[in-house]
Design a protein. Structure first.
Length: 277
């Protein structure tokens, strides 16, 4: 695979995901539907792409519509977390993806409901497929764990209620839960949905953890204002953060190196940690 092949796959996957999301959410009967579509329309679609490309790597065949619907459930969970994270009681952000945040455009009540709507639709979607396939039930269970009390929500709690001074291990723990959680969910859920063995699942989990950590470190490095935010640059220098990023990339590559047809993932690791948005 060349870099051009990789970029084309990324763009093609994104198009397929965008189209399926449009089919799901474009019918708008009221302002809540509009807000939901507004929230989920946009973004890089990295988590569903990771899920779908992992399915392809593990199955040795293209993904199908059931895989696609599991993938977009991950994007729904991601979109919900962004809506709630932007709200005044959390990060209080006015803009995301170059446009007004959902609560700025539609008001807080609708933003809260839009987040709930997306989260519930994600699980509705997963359960619908799990009725016929226990492996999908296992995949859904793992996604819920990563998004839940001991995963993303816990990470968000420790992010919001951080003390004035914190150290590197605190930052990395929060990042593992808050950001890497959904990457681990994408990877492990792909493996579980295909009924893969424990050893494979553990490798996918390790890969997801380091891919997510390096994704977040790059996010921190792209940030211009770090003072009020949890950011690794508040506890170590830029050069040291880049060293950690390189180390996490190495760990990610190590975890994925023994999979056949892993070229997409090897490119992805470097791509995500050099991205500019
Ligand atoms: C449970 C409310 C709640 C929040 C969970 C995920 C999260 C915590 C907060 C979102 C804000 C944030 C900065 C999270 C870190 C992960 C991250 C860099 C998110 C942005 O993801 P991208 O770059 O976004 O994939 P796009 O716009 O491409 O979808």
């Amino acid at each position: 695979m060349t870099k051009e092949d990789f970029l084309k796959l990324l763009a093609d996957d994104k198009k397929i995901i965008d189209k399926r999301i449009e089919e799901f959410f474009s019918k708008q009967e009221n302002r809540l539907d509009q807000a939901v579509y507004y929230a989920i329309d946009g973004g890089k679609r990295i988590r569903p792409i990771v899920f779908l490309e992992t399915i392809k790597m593990l199955r040795g065949q293209d993904f199908n519509l059931i895989d696609l619907d599991l993938a977009i459930s991950l994007e729904m969970i991601h979109a919900y977390s962004l809506i709630h994270d932007d709200m005044p009681s959390m990060d209080n952000d006015d803009f995301r993806r170059g446009k007004e945040t959902v609560h700025k455009k539609y008001g807080e009540s609708i933003a809260l409901l839009a987040g709930d709507y997306l989260l519930n639709t994600a699980y509705e979607n997963i359960f619908k497929q799990a009725i016929n396939d226990l492996n999908i039930g296992k995949a859904g269970y793992y996604m819920a764990k990563c998004a839940g009390k001991n995963g993303m929500i816990d990470g968000q709690y420790y992010d919001i209620f951080k003390k004035t001074s914190y150290d590197l291990s605190y930052v990395l723990k929060v990042y593992e839960k808050k950001t890497a959680g959904l990457f681990m969910a994408a990877l492990v859920a792909a493996g579980l949905s295909l009924g893969k063995d424990c050893d494979t699942i553990l490798k996918l989990k390790t890969y997801g953890k380091y891919l997510g950590l390096s994704f977040q470190l790059q996010d921190d490095l792209l940030e211009t204002e770090t003072e009020d935010e949890l950011n690794i640059l508040n506890v170590i220098s830029k050069d040291k953060a880049k060293e950690y990023l390189a180390k996490f990339n190495q760990e990610a590559k190590e975890a994925v190196k023994n999979f056949d047809k892993n070229d997409f993932h090897v490119f992805l690791i470097d791509y995500l940690s050099t991205r500019t948005n």
